[in-house]
Design a protein around this ligand. Structure first.
Ligand code: NG1
Ligand code: ZN
Length: 531
């Protein structure tokens, strides 16, 4: 077939460096940008096949999120805006690693195995972050789509969650919203202004939020969003890419892991601030107190705020819907304790990686999921959305129930249910704080975090560590878990675990304990046990 000849011809322009082996992991492919041209071309091919197979539009996002500017990466987005299904992750890895002269054979194997109808039309949406390498790499994706005869739409610079949103909108025939960046801003800003109506008069100070854009795409997009929010919010955007380097000493990952302010942000004690990561799918909040001490409100605090708000609304609305919070092993022990024992919601722990949390959250009427690093969202089942809709349309209910149903309806609209979204999460958090008349300090005081520490350990082969129980226990190498258990026993309120990173060539160590000194010491001792 003519397309296969074209694939051969074009793939010679995107050659694979000899000996390079990469794996499609939790965050797709991610490595230094100079190794990725052939990967991008081949992911254009794969996205085209996936589109033919699903008879739907598929998304491709070129980004390496919070990694340094020199890196890049790529992720495929499935029809409902979710992460690429696991069985196709293997095809992605096969295609990425096959030698130049075997590419066609590998491609044909996938076509045969999946019985892809090659006469079916294919549509692929492509987006990219602000990295200097992203322009040529996203062009390589477009080349791949074209070589196999697919149609593509280049969204240019967008956040990762915006790309997920576009794909979902397109495949649900506009039911989720309009598949344009403008449509995204309109949907979210309308929901925000409806929610903000329920906040008592806010001062300019209360409307003010400082945003660290990580010198990335989020800074550009939050400014575009702001113009749609009229006078409902006042943003000061720092690290907007005009001077600093992407993710360098700034952004959500830096702030969370270093537990400190990002570079370049000028704030007063008590000011509410947040940081996005490099592709704006994560957000963390923070402030400094009058002593200059830094206070972080991470994904766990965000999940607690959102689930408390939703639980209260469900009570007021008189709706019997099951709400759960999904976390990972990195969730602070205090948050899990508070959610289970004070709020009395179901808490589930899954393996690291958004797709695991997303799937677990789908099992409930309302599933709030957040990684401690600030990646998360809320999922409403179809049944839950219907019940809320019905109640909002019911003319025979009292004003309190009506108001709760209205707030729930607009909460659904402000949330990007396809994936964690810094801009959408920020708007929801701001709306909740405004409606509850809560300061960032009051939010922080809901529970106190256990002091904690995260470390990275470089080992010769991180795959020798295998884990179980949602990554909270190591099964190999022999003796490691016993050594960790012995170290943990030395400290109060302590917990520690190790796991191989899915995105970096390191082993991650996490420890928490009653004091920062103990958490630091435990993390250090456990990292020595990993060698
Ligand atoms: P790894 O490198 O597997 O720990 C990191 C984050 C994940 C997730 C992915 C994808 C931590 C501890 N890990 O995974 O939560 O966000 O990156 O970006 O934050
Ligand atoms: Zn990200």
């Amino acid at each position: 077939m003519a397309h296969f000849e074209e694939v051969c011809k074009q793939s010679d322009l995107h050659p694979k460096p000899a000996g390079l082996v990469l794996q499609y992991g939790t965050a797709g492919f991610r490595t230094s940008a100079d190794k990725l041209d052939h990967i991008m071309f081949r992911m254009g091919l794969l996205a085209t096949l996936r589109s033919k197979k699903t008879k739907a539009t598929i998304g491709v996002m070129v980004t390496a999120s919070h990694n340094p500017e020199e890196d890049n990466g790529v992720k495929l987005i499935d029809p409902m805006g979710e992460m690429l299904t696991s069985s196709w992750e293997d095809y992605a890895t096969q295609l990425a690693n096959t030698d130049q002269n075997e590419l066609l054979k590998t491609l044909k194997d996938i076509i045969e195995k999946e019985a892809v109808d090659m006469s079916q039309e294919a549509n692929v949406y492509v987006g990219k972050d602000t990295r200097s390498s992203s322009a040529s790499l996203s062009q390589a994706v477009l080349d791949g789509v074209k070589a196999l005869g697919g149609h593509s739409k280049d969204y240019g610079l967008v956040t990762t969650p915006q790309m997920h949103y576009m794909v979902c909108c397109q495949n649900t025939q506009g039911k989720y919203g309009e598949a344009t960046v403008e449509g995204y801003y309109c949907k979210l800003s309308q929901a925000f202004s409806q929610l903000a109506k329920n906040a008592s008069n806010r001062t300019d100070d209360q409307k003010h939020l400082s945003v660290d854009g990580a010198n990335g795409i989020g800074a550009i997009k939050v400014r575009e969003m702001e113009s749609h929010l009229k006078n409902h919010m006042q943003l000061s955007v720092f690290n907007d890419g005009s001077r600093g380097k992407l993710n360098h000493q700034c952004g959500a990952d830096f702030v969370k892991v270093q537990q400190t302010l990002p570079i370049g942000i000028k704030i007063n004690p008590g000011d509410r601030c947040c940081s996005f990561d490099g592709d704006a799918d994560r957000i963390v909040y923070y402030y400094t107190d009058s002593q200059g001490d830094f206070h972080l409100l991470d994904g766990d605090k965000i999940a607690t705020l959102i689930s408390t708000f939703l639980k209260e609304l469900l009570n007021e609305a008189g709706l019997d819907l099951k709400i759960a919070v999904v976390q990972t092993a990195y969730a602070n022990g205090s948050s899990t304790h508070y959610l289970e024992n004070t709020m009395k919601v179901i808490v589930k722990c899954t393996k690291t990686g958004v797709k695991h949390l997303h799937h677990a959250a789908q099992e409930f009427d309302i599933g709030v999921y957040f990684e401690a690093n600030g990646h998360g969202t809320v999922l409403f089942s179809d049944g839950a959305e219907e019940k809320i809709q019905q109640l909002a349309n019911d003319t025979n209910i009292n004003d309190e129930r009506k108001k709760a149903a209205f707030l729930l309806q607009n909460t659904i609209n402000i949330i990007n249910q396809t994936v964690g979204d810094a801009i959408s999460d920020m708007l929801l958090i701001e709306a909740i704080l405004a409606i509850k008349g809560m300061t960032v300090q009051q939010w922080d005081a809901i529970y106190s975090d256990l002091p904690n520490r995260q470390l990275k350990v470089k080992v010769s082969d991180r795959r020798v560590i295998d884990t179980t129980d949602a990554e909270r226990r190591a099964v190999t190498p022999a003796g490691l878990q016993e050594a960790i258990d012995d170290l943990v026993k030395k400290y109060e309120k302590a917990r520690s675990f190790v796991r191989p990173s899915g995105t970096e060539d390191v082993v991650r160590v996490y420890a928490e304990a009653d004091t920062q000194e103990s958490a630091d010491a435990l993390a250090h001792e456990v990292s020595l046990a990993v060698y």
